[in-house]
Design a protein around this ligand. Structure first.
Ligand SMILES: [Zn+2]
Length: 117
């Protein structure tokens, strides 16, 4: 099985829909899948891009548009994770400063209590 730009061997048409080397909705011709098998008396077997997409969707794969949408959602979520990580680091820094301040106050009180006796 291989990808080809044009269906060059007979019959030059898609096995499932019968389309030839014609432009798709995107204005492109092909690429086609050449199954590299012979049927009947040496006929080749090709699958056009639209039928390939239909087969992929039936097999549980997603469309290129869905892929783009999911990639955009992932990028957005990664941005949110980054922002939340930065916010958490800032809060941890402040909590650490508060904790250090409390330790210093406690130490000062203990020293004053020793002096006061
Ligand atoms: Zn087809």
């Amino acid at each position: 099985m291989r990808l080809v730009e044009r269906m060059t061997m007979t019959p030059n048409k898609c096995l499932t829909c019968g389309a030839g080397n014609v432009e798709g909705d995107d204005g492109e011709i092909g690429p086609f899948i050449d199954l590299e098998v012979e049927v009947g008396w040496g006929d080749s077997v090709y699958i056009c891009p639209l039928c390939t997409l239909r087969i992929a969707l039936l097999s549980g794969f997603i469309t290129p548009d869905d892929k783009k949408d999911l990639e955009a959602q992932i990028a957005n979520l990664e941005g949110q994770v980054h922002d939340l990580g930065a916010s958490l680091a800032e809060k941890e820094r402040r909590l650490s400063a508060i904790s250090e301040g409390r330790k210093a106050i406690r130490k000062e009180r203990e020293e004053r209590e020793k002096v006061a006796g």
